[in-house]
Design a protein around this ligand. Structure first.
Ligand SMILES: NC(=O)c1ccc[n+]([C@@H]2O[C@H](COP(=O)([O-])OP(=O)(O)OC[C@H]3O[C@@H](n4cnc5c(N)ncnc54)[C@H](OP(=O)(O)O)[C@@H]3O)[C@@H](O)[C@H]2O)c1
Length: 309
């Protein structure tokens, strides 16, 4: 019996029946020891780090999931990463975490120059711009978002501006640069499971849900229009993740009890920023070169679970 998982665990590479001479051609006759002997003679190049040589911009990369992803991008071989945020102290601390191949830019992502300047910084510092990860956004609760009958006029405007306008602006800046430079490019937008999988008791901010749902439609539409130019756009949609944005929820024992059944994976816990690193790295890498217009939920099971309490 061929144990394929152990084969893949030992050596990475592609195998065809013709690669195995004589009796080994019949896969059903293979023994593990025989296969191991054959594999030892196959010259397999190690897989390159997935983001080797890429220059990336993370709008909202100074704390939380954006910072964790930026660190993962560098570990995955990225040549350079620009991270942005409003708070200068967070920016300095992010640079300390990320090291010499990172640059930081402070400013407000709801202003149109912000992403333009971040991309210009990537080009100046690292000589390229291959991908954008837009993370900046957040709850509008303190600005007047909530259940619809309580939502304020200012809350509508501010929540959409923070979560949707800022993302449209950064995506426009990225697409303009890709087209101008005649290069392919990848965009990854931060969505949320709340964009299509509501949870009324604990997470009732309806303008935020509208913004996150809008990100799905916007991204798919952009993906469709620019696919022929090699520009890809996808959405990563987390559930509850322990970051500065999620302080209210993470400190509430009722919500944590709810999460135990709503995000049942890995013991039923709140997500960690690094839970999203693998998906973000993959979707910005060439391994995802044939993937566009997709939404990947990284949610501990949220969208397939009832949740109790
Ligand atoms: N945490 C969750 O449970 C969760 C779940 C699903 C989706 N999300 C999404 O994840 C994103 C938030 O990321 P996070 O949870 O990792 O929270 P976070 O730690 O607060 O990170 C947000 C990042 O964006 C920056 N940012 C926020 N508003 C900005 C603005 N107007 N201009 C420039 N930078 C800005 C923040 O820096 P400054 O604060 O210094 O500006 C920080 O770098 C949001 O898009 C949110 O909808 C979060």
């Amino acid at each position: 019996m061929v144990n394929l998982s152990s084969v893949h665990g030992q050596r990475a590479g592609r195998f065809r029946a013709e690669d195995f001479p004589g009796p080994f051609r019949n896969v059903s006759q293979l023994t593990q020891a025989g296969l191991n002997r054959e594999l030892a003679s196959v010259d397999v190049a190690p897989l390159p780090a997935p983001l080797t040589g890429k220059c990336l911009v993370v709008i909202g990369g100074t704390t939380g999931m954006g910072l964790s992803a930026a660190r993962a991008f560098l570990q995955a071989g990225a040549l350079g990463v620009v991270v942005t945020g409003r708070n200068p102290e967070s920016a300095v601390s992010a640079l300390q975490t990320l090291g010499a191949n990172a640059r930081a830019l402070t400013g407000d992502a709801t202003e149109c120059r912000h992403a333009i300047d971040a991309i210009a910084l990537a080009l100046e510092a690292f000589g390229g711009f291959d991908g954008l990860y837009h993370v900046a956004g957040g709850s509008g609760r303190k600005m007047g978002d909530g259940p619809l009958h309580e939502v304020t006029d200012d809350g509508i405007r501010a929540t959409l501006q923070l979560n949707l306008d800022s993302l449209i602006l950064s995506n426009r800046a990225a697409v303009q640069r890709f087209l101008e430079r005649k290069t392919p490019g990848a965009i990854l937008n931060m969505g949320s499971v709340l964009g299509w999988s509501p949870s009324p008791k604990h997470f009732s901010t309806h303008v935020y849900a509208a913004a996150k749902s809008g990100i799905l439609g916007f991204t798919r539409s952009v993906a469709s229009y620019y696919a022929a130019q090699g520009i890809r756009a996808n959405v990563l949609a987390p559930a509850l993740v322990e970051t500065p944005m999620a302080r209210r929820a993470a400190a509430n024992p009722d919500i944590l009890r709810f999460i135990h059944t709503k995000q049942p994976l890995d013991g039923g816990r709140i997500g960690r920023p690094e839970d999203c690193d693998g998906a973000a790295t993959f979707l910005l890498s060439d391994a995802a070169r044939f993937i566009t217009g997709q939404v990947l939920a990284v949610d501990g099971g949220w969208t397939v679970s009832d949740g109790q309490l």
